[in-house]
Design a protein around this ligand. Structure first.
Ligand code: GDP
Length: 534
């Protein structure tokens, strides 16, 4: 496990002020609204419209495709950097649709923390639970925002219990709601002992703050009706008795999540949450790599690609590789080594997704997310260094859950299909397998919607109509083991063998029974459902 904040040396101030995180939530809980408010407080007002456009575009299938075509929006909203107080926040967008869970997983390898947004009326929903499990695999620190408190919400204790039970994580209230629904007045800020009062008349107004001297402060009675005040005092006392106190180390270890209550649409509770991320959230963390871990304070620059996206202009095959800076202080024009190919790369036009628009990055520090335009050299999982042969570890590739044959609609253009599919495989948008026998391609994805998106992009970007047809196979497994054993296995199963876009051997099948049989008949051969991208 990574050493998070235990005995870590003090980071250079520019690195120490960075907070790199993602927001996870079930659709409709308020992720887009919260992101907008973050940007508002981060001084990036124009951006808010773009995020909204994206949020709404996601709602329907056809609009989703439009969004995929409209590269501008999705590219610039993939990572956003803004300043808040003394902090630099890097917010990395996780794809909203559940079909893109692999993408989400990789995004979460590029952040140091996650904000979990839940709807106060709905509690922990299915997608929240799934995404949480992914964060848990990496022991990511999680800060929770319980949204929509301006509507009828569940009882506060019940919400906290549900998180504790369903997600098996300790919860500590950072704030406590005063009333709910139409009677929601605001919150008592437990961590800072003050009242935050919501202004219903003006959605963009920052809440009024009343500093207090403990829960018994008589000033409270000026703002809260007696019955609600009595209830608040009783509840907070009970919460203090029943729930663990805030403990930063437990947050950093991923065993405790502080929860803030608010209403994103009313801009309420958002600043307190941001303040929490800044004050208690993790600094840029060490990165797991081979043959050694990378520490953010190292002077030499390292970074890794966690996402690749086709560029805005479909007529050009340019792509943007999203790179998480793992260490050092990068300056524009630097020559870095692309470790996989051992070739130098001059990084001359990197992009930071700052405030309202993309900007050329003059510099970047460990923790930042930088976009590097390229013609396909950079792939997911690639590491950039100042020469050392380090490879960032832990970026997974999952076996696809759906397989289909892919054919060019126009046989004259069939050779372009190869190129198009390779591009999408390298972007991480699909798995592409070439069967050992016969011709054509088998394409694998995690969710059915991805086939549609692929077909539309291949047509749009390559002018090539394609057809996806049912495949005789339903599962793919990567094959590994000693060379002689894998050779024997491949020769005995030619009809089931294919190569992926990295030329690794894959076993295709439609029956779990087949997979079990391999374990029996070829004990030295390993079939795996994930492979680490190196
Ligand atoms: P996402 O799917 O998680 O990105 O959710 P959105 O931010 O798009 O919000 C979903 C819906 O909930 C939208 O209609 C929002 O206007 C609404 N919404 C977001 N935050 C709040 C809130 O604090 N209170 C209320 N009443 N509605 C909200």
């Amino acid at each position: 496990m990574l050493d998070r904040a235990h005995n870590r040396p003090a980071l250079p101030p520019e690195i120490a002020r960075r907070r790199t995180f993602a927001i996870i939530s079930h659709p409709d809980a308020g992720k887009t609204t919260l992101t907008e408010k973050f940007l508002l407080y981060g001084g990036a007002i124009q951006m808010a419209g773009q995020v909204r456009a994206k949020g709404e575009a996601r709602r329907t299938r056809s609009d989703f495709m439009q969004m995929e075509k409209d590269r501008g929006i999705s590219v610039s909203a993939s990572a956003m950097s803004f300043d808040f107080e003394t902090f630099r926040f890097n917010l990395v967008d996780t794809p909203g649709h559940s079909d893109f869970s692999e993408d989400t997983y990789r995004t979460l390898t590029a952040v140091d923390a996650a904000i979990m947004v839940i709807d106060g009326a709905k509690g922990v929903e299915s997608q929240t639970q799934k995404l949480f499990e992914v964060c848990r695999l990496r022991d990511l620190p999680i800060l929770t925002f319980c949204n929509k408190m301006d509507r009828e919400a569940r009882d506060t204790f019940e919400i906290i219990d549900e998180i504790q039970e369903n997600l098996a994580i300790d919860v500590t209230p950072a704030s406590w709601p005063i009333g709910q629904g139409r009677d929601f007045l605001g919150c008592y800020d437990i961590l800072r002992d003050r009242l935050e009062l919501m202004d219903r008349a003006d959605r963009n107004k920052v809440a009024e703050t009343v500093r207090l001297d403990g829960l018994d402060d008589p000033k409270m009675a000026d703002h809260i009706p007696p019955a609600m005040l009595a209830q608040l005092r009783e509840e907070v006392e009970m919460a203090r008795e029943l729930m663990p106190a805030f403990d930063r180390q437990a947050l950093l270890d991923g065993t405790l999540t502080p929860i803030w209550f608010g209403s994103a649409i009313n801009s309420f509770g958002v600043r307190e949450l941001m303040d929490g991320i800044g004050r208690y959230g993790p600094e840029p963390q060490p990165q797991k790599a081979e043959p050694r871990q990378i520490a953010p304070e190292e002077e030499k620059v390292t970074g890794f690609v966690f996402k690749v996206q086709a560029n805005m202009d479909p007529k050009h095959r340019d792509r943007v590789a999203f790179v998480r800076m793992a260490s050092g202080h990068f300056k524009r024009g630097m020559k870095l080594t692309h470790v996989r190919s051992k070739k130098p790369m001059a990084i001359s036009n990197p992009v930071l997704f700052l405030a309202s628009d993309r900007e050329l990055a003059e510099e970047a520090w460990a923790g930042d997310i930088m976009g590097i335009p390229n013609h396909g050299q950079l792939r997911i999982g690639d590491t950039l260094t100042e020469g050392e042969a380090l490879r960032v570890a832990g970026i997974p590739s999952f076996a696809p859950e759906l397989l289909q044959n892919c054919r060019a609609g126009d046989p004259m253009k069939a050779k372009h299909l190869d190129k198009a599919l390779m591009q999408f495989a390298e972007e991480g948008a699909a798995k592409v397998f070439r069967p050992m026998l016969g011709s054509g391609f088998i394409v694998g994805v995690v969710g059915a919607l991805q086939f549609e998106v692929l077909a539309s992009r291949i047509e749009l970007e390559y002018g090539l109509p394609v057809r996806f047809e049912p495949s005789q196979f339903t599962s793919a497994r990567w094959v590994s083991g000693p060379a002689d054993a894998t050779d024997r296995f491949v020769q005995a199963n030619k009809g089931h063998i294919a190569r992926d876009n990295d030329d690794d051997i894959v076993y295709l099948t439609r029956l779990q029974w087949d997979i079990d049989r391999v374990a029996r008949d070829h004990p030295d051969v390993r079939l795996t459902a994930t492979k680490e991208m190196m």
